[in-house]
Write a protein that binds this ligand. Structure first.
Ligand SMILES: [Zn+2]
Length: 126
């Protein structure tokens, strides 16, 4: 069976924010190259600034998420990591982790974090 690689949610969001910053800088660089066309330069600069502002917002959001995340010690690599939601992956070794005893031993699936799935499980218990 193919090894599925999951990255932890915080890491995922963090790389997204990083990509946004680079995209913003790249777009602003395009703006400099397009300085002969004033409106295009201004437009590209504006988009670039928006990207960077948005990524700052995402970084702030990660900050608040991290506060809510549950710190655990990964059973696989013994390093401290943070979990978001019912299932998440270790930040260091990508080991799938769960806080829910009912999900222990089950295959890691992002769907366990969705409200719909949790409702469906409750219905089954009845
Ligand atoms: Zn680990």
């Amino acid at each position: 069976m193919a090894q599925l690689v999951y990255s932890s949610k915080i890491n995922k969001i963090r790389s997204f924010a990083l990509i946004l910053i680079f995209a913003g800088i790249g777009i602003m660089y395009l703006g400099i190259m397009a300085k002969k066309i004033e409106w295009l330069m201004l437009l590209l600069f504006l988009i670039g600034v928006l990207c960077i502002v948005f990524s700052t917002v995402v970084y702030l959001w990660i900050g608040t998420l991290s506060l809510r995340a549950v710190p655990v010690v990964c059973p696989s690599c013994q390093q401290p990591t943070k979990m978001l939601g019912r299932v998440d992956a270790c930040m260091h070794c990508k080991q799938p982790l769960t806080l829910d005893k009912a999900l222990e031993g089950k295959e890691f699936d992002e769907k366990y974090n969705s409200k719909r799935q949790q409702k469906a499980e409750k219905m089954n218990e009845k």
